[in-house]
Design a protein around this ligand. Structure first.
Ligand SMILES: Nc1ncnc2c1ncn2[C@@H]1O[C@H](COP(=O)(O)OP(=O)(O)OP(=O)(O)O)[C@@H](O)[C@H]1O
Ligand SMILES: [Mg+2]
Length: 344
């Protein structure tokens, strides 16, 4: 198949004058090369398209692909992860991972919490601070946890995210409002163990790949999987596969509640009573083979990276009723190989 690859490269935006912090969530060349190579190993013809602007140019030049493998995080707005998928929908080009509307909702953690609550998936009590005057209206007991409502890669999450009193709440909310230009999510602090759950497949076929506990050590910020801990994960964090059926079940329920597709991650933490609580869903999880949580988990379960990428494509094709086309192609490839052998 002809597969296009869309992404937001750190180096592309750094060259345009963006700061390291602004590009923290974006991808590096190694990730793009790894995905391209995995797709090529499965016989696909891969074209590296690039970012939204480059995709728009290619589409206007009349270029089309059988499928576009999109991992672009987007730069602007809370629906930024949904922008390329929306454009691909308009051109009727299949793309793996969740539908456009799900990508838009999932990046807003307050909207996602509301959806989860309506499906009886346990979430921490929460309030949204949209402007300074909302701070005084927060009526939840301390300790609390504050974070930007729509960031990833733990941006805005530091040792000061745990809040013990009204004064800390006011100071930190003001700082986050000013720095991130978006509402602040205030949640009950969940003091327990933390997990990330790898998900593969859609609808009835969705399954948990594994539950991975995130353990902090040494100089790590003890409050959680902060931005600093994530950057220095090799020294501060260890990852372990664990058998936690309640966590797995919660993740699957959350995945189904939003109708997430193909692959991703659900983050879970335990509350003071030791019960698992939904933190967030990542329908467009990082795919760096070395440091992305989903890929670390796949290594722990001996699920090769190339197989992960192949499974994502297959899940997408199946949803579009195109998986038989792949089988036919594979059958043709087999015949060709056999013919070559017999000629030799
Ligand atoms: N209510 C909470 N109580 C305790 N810790 C929390 C809470 N919310 C978030 N955290 C901590 O902050 C970390 C990052 O939060 P969250 O997963 O919401 O952010 P993110 O930036 O979207 O993460 P990712 O890198 O997975 O995209 C969590 O992994 C957890 O350690
Ligand atoms: Mg997270």
């Amino acid at each position: 198949m002809r597969i296009g690859l869309t992404y937001d490269l750190k180096s592309y935006y750094l060259a345009k004058g963006f700061s390291q912090e602004q590009v923290a969530e974006l991808d590096c060349e190694e990730t793009i090369n790894s995905i391209a190579s995995a797709l090529e190993k499965h016989g696909h013809d891969v074209e590296r398209i690039g970012c939204l602007e480059q995709l728009m140019q290619a589409l206007l030049q009349g270029k089309r692909w059988d499928l576009v493998f999109n991992i672009a995080e987007g730069l602007y707005g809370i629906a930024r992860e949904a922008q390329i998928p929306g454009l691909l929908d308009a051109y009727q080009i299949p793309h793996p991972f969740s539908n456009t509307e799900v990508l838009a909702v999932a990046l807003d953690k307050s909207l996602t919490n509301a959806v989860m609550k309506s499906y009886q998936v346990p979430v921490a009590d929460f309030r949204v601070v949209r402007q300074e005057m909302d701070i005084a209206k927060v009526d939840l007991p301390f300790p609390l946890f504050v974070k930007p409502v729509a960031e990833g890669t733990s941006k805005g999450i530091t040792a000061r995210s745990v809040i013990h009193n009204q004064q800390e709440l006011a100071v930190r909310c003001r700082e986050l409002l000013e720095e991130f230009h978006q509402p602040v999510l205030v949640e009950t602090y969940l003091p327990g163990r933390e997990f990330t759950v790898g998900m593969l497949g859609s609808g009835e076929e969705a399954r948990v790949l594994g539950v991975m506990e995130v353990c902090l050590h040494g100089a790590a910020d003890s409050q959680g999987y902060t931005f600093e801990n994530k950057q220095k994960y090799e020294d501060r964090v260890s990852y372990h596969l664990v058998d936690e059926p309640d966590v797995a079940q919660l993740a699957l329920k959350a995945w189904s509640a939003l109708n997430c597709l193909d692959a991703g991650r659900v983050d879970v933490r335990m509350n003071a009573a030791g019960n698992p609580v939904f933190l967030e869903v990542n329908p467009l999880a990082g795919l760096n083979p070395n440091y992305s949580d989903l890929c670390i988990l796949c290594k722990l379960i001996d699920f090769p990276y190339d197989q992960l990428i192949h499974s994502i494509v297959q899940s997408c094709l199946k949803r579009h009723g195109l998986d038989s086309a792949i089988l036919t192609n594979a059958a043709c490839l087999c015949t060709l190989v056999q013919t070559d052998v017999s000629v030799a």
